[in-house]
Structures are given as C-alpha cells and as structure tokens.
Design a protein around this ligand. Structure first.
Ligand SMILES: NC(=O)c1ccc[n+]([C@@H]2O[C@H](COP(=O)([O-])OP(=O)(O)OC[C@H]3O[C@@H](n4cnc5c(N)ncnc54)[C@H](OP(=O)(O)O)[C@@H]3O)[C@@H](O)[C@H]2O)c1
Length: 345
C-alpha cells in the first residue's frame, strides 16, 4: 500500500488527558500527514473544545467509522473495549495502555529499538510502559555489543505517570504542608506522596510481592529485546517529582564492556544524550529531561562488586518518549513503511 497522498484521518482517544494532549501537540509539531484529527474522550468531556478548535467526541459505533489510524491513551479498559472496534472499522491502533502489550499477536515496539516488529502487525500495536521505554532505548546498543545477562533496576518515578490525579495529589499535599495545614488524604496513592518516597509504584495483585509496574519492566524488556533469558530484578518507587522518571540500572553484560566503550556506544545511538561528567555536576536530571524527547544517560561506571557489570542513571520525560513521542514515532514509521491501513490477516 502506498501512503495516502491527501493524508490520514486520525483518532486520538484520551485526547483530554496528559498523554493525549501531548500527542495532539506532537502530531501538529512533527507535521504528521493527517488530513483530519478527531479527539475522543469520555462522555464527561464530549463537546469540549480543545486547542485548535477541535471538539471532543464520545466513543460510539457511529463516531469511530472511517479512520486510518487511532492512537489510544485512555486506560486499559477503554483500549480493551474500543481498540478492536476501531480495527474492525478499518483503522490501525497504536495503544499506550498495558492492555495488549503482552499479547502474542501484538507487537510491542520502541521506534529506535525494534521497529521491524511493526511489519507483521494485525491491527493493534502496543507502546511500552514508560519506565521500560526509556530503559530499553539505553540498553539496546549495549545489548547488541555485549549481550545482557542480568539487570538490577531501581526506578524513581514521577507522579505524572499516574495521570492528572497523581500530579494534583502531589501539588495539593505540598501546598497544604508548606502552608502549615493538614494535607488532603491520599487518593491516588496508598500513602502521602509529598516529601516522601513510596516503594509501591503500580499495584500489588492479590498474593504477589511485586507490583504490576515491576513485572512490566521484567516482561516488556524481554519481549522488546527478544530475549526471554535476561534475568531482571526491579524495584519501582514513586517519588515527589512532577514529571520525568529516573532509573538506576545495573547491567551485567555477557561479554566484557568498559564504561568508556558503553559511553561511545550510547553517544552514537539514536534518541540518546550522554551527560556524564560527575565532577562538573553533569548528569541527567528529571527537571532538565522534562519537555525533551531524548533519553538521557550518565553516571556510567564499573560496578565495583562485579567486573562484568556497569551502573548507569537513565532519565527521560515519561509523557514524551515514555508515551506520546514514541506513539507518534510509531505512527510515522507505519506511514513510511506503508503500513497504515495494511495488516497481516
Ligand atoms: N502518564 C504516563 O507517563 C504514561 C506513560 C505511558 C502510558 N500511559 C498510559 O496512557 C494512558 C493515559 O495516561 P494519562 O497520564 O494521559 O492519564 P490522564 O491524564 O488521567 O487521562 C486519561 C484520559 O483517558 C480518558 N478516558 C478515561 N476514561 C475513559 C472512557 N471510559 N472512555 C474514553 N476516554 C476515557 C480521559 O477522558 P476524560 O478527560 O473525559 O476523563 C482522558 O482523556 C493510560 O493508559 C496510561 O497507562 C501513561
């Protein structure tokens, strides 16, 4: 199939949310070839006017007809119900939720890492979890050069990863505490997030001692790198940072790799900025990654307890590369490869 000359009809589902708002902005900024962009959200927002005069529509059988591409960021249950319906109506779906990521017939794709996985798509394409996304961008050049035996990961995740309600909760509690008032009770999190660190990012399923966020890091990393043998240990922590996730990652390689070699590989890789001069105070920071598309890597050093392991610090804007930017990059690759509207039956 050749790309449409008059542009695609694109649905953005979850268009009023943090990720959806960013996706609408990026579709415009990156000049995605759309002849029409239609925002969808819940019934609550139907009729609302967004930037650029776009009017929010509700999801219904008659409103989802006639799209080439639908990009979802409206949570797992909305994707579960409506993504197959968009596919049935002829669209290709790029989904930000966790609903389809581990399904065998759904490619889980990071544009710099495994774009070829798009080629056999069956209608739905999954965008990985934000903390997995930024990490695999940094790990891919290392994996290709030296293999990866084991990862030990600690995340420091921003509240924007929980949606608007997470940001509102951090700011509301912080304002109250700074004014000397009693902070509002936690609603988005199990405990107060302001001036705290919660070893509880995501949810514990009954009887499980890992959160779903930790299991996503394990399972999605293996699927994207195509290597189920990588051993992975993850602890995900929610911290009082508004936006951009940070991660301390210990990487045990299969063949020797020095910190200097790792730095060179990362400098040459797409989508990565190496910031690594600790004496001068240069290393990635959440407040500097906020608003940027790149993945920032620094503090690259030999693990003093293991001569075939490296430690590194990886930071990225979870709403951009961790969600919206990658989704739009996938739409661009689908367009370039003539895969919008084309799928393996
Ligand atoms: N935040 C991140 O860092 C991040 C990263 C990767 C993936 N994601 C995924 O992206 C999705 C959205 O995250 P977010 O941070 O943008 O959340 P958010 O700010 O809370 O926005 C949620 C969006 O979903 C819409 N929505 C909720 N229920 C709906 C329904 N029943 N039907 C249609 N639309 C519905 C909301 O519409 P209303 O305004 O009408 O309620 C809103 O547009 C989630 O699946 C999340 O897991 C988020």
């Amino acid at each position: 199939m050749t790309p449409r000359e008059d542009g695609y009809r694109v649905a953005v589902v979850g268009a009023t949310g943090q990720v959806g708002t960013m996706m609408l902005r990026l579709l415009r900024e990156r000049n995605f070839p759309a002849r029409e962009i239609v925002p969808f959200a819940s019934e609550r927002s139907a009729g609302r006017e967004l930037e650029g005069g776009l009017i929010v529509r509700p999801l219904a059988d008659d409103t989802i007809e006639g799209f080439d591409l639908a990009i979802f960021s409206a949570g797992g249950s909305t994707s579960g119900e409506w993504a197959p319906r968009f596919v049935e109506a002829g669209a290709v779906v790029v989904d930000n939720s966790s609903k389809w990521r581990m399904s065998d017939d759904v490619p889980l794709v990071v544009s710099e890492v495994n774009p070829d996985a798009l080629d056999g798509h069956r209608g739905i394409i999954a965008n990985p979890n934000c903390s997995t996304m930024q990490m695999v961008v940094a790990l891919k050049p290392i994996y290709d050069a030296a293999g990866i035996e084991r990862l030990v990961i600690s995340t420091y995740q921003a509240v924007s990863g929980t949606g608007k309600k997470g940001v509102d909760e951090l700011l509301g509690q912080s304002r109250a505490l700074l004014a000397g008032d009693e902070p509002p009770d936690p609603r988005a999190y199990a405990h107060r997030i302001a001036f705290n660190a919660l070893p509880h990012a995501g949810n514990f399923a009954a009887g499980d001692d890992h959160t779903d966020e930790e299991l996503k890091l394990v399972n999605e990393t293996r699927k994207i790198l195509g290597d189920p043998s990588i051993r992975i240990s993850a602890t995900c922590v929610r911290v009082p940072v508004v936006n951009a996730h940070s991660e301390a990652v210990n990487v045990e390689t299969r063949s020797p790799l020095s910190p200097e070699e790792a730095r060179e590989l990362l400098r040459a890789a797409p989508g990565i900025t190496v910031l690594d001069d600790p004496e001068a105070g240069r290393y990635p920071l959440a407040i500097e990654a906020d608003g940027q598309d790149d993945v920032f890597v620094g503090r690259i050093r030999r693990d003093r307890g293991h001569d075939q392991a490296l430690d590194m610090w990886i930071v990225s804007d979870n709403l951009r590369k961790g969600a919206a930017t990658n989704a739009i990059q996938l739409a661009e690759v689908l367009h370039e490869r003539g895969l919008v509207g084309a799928r393996v039956a």
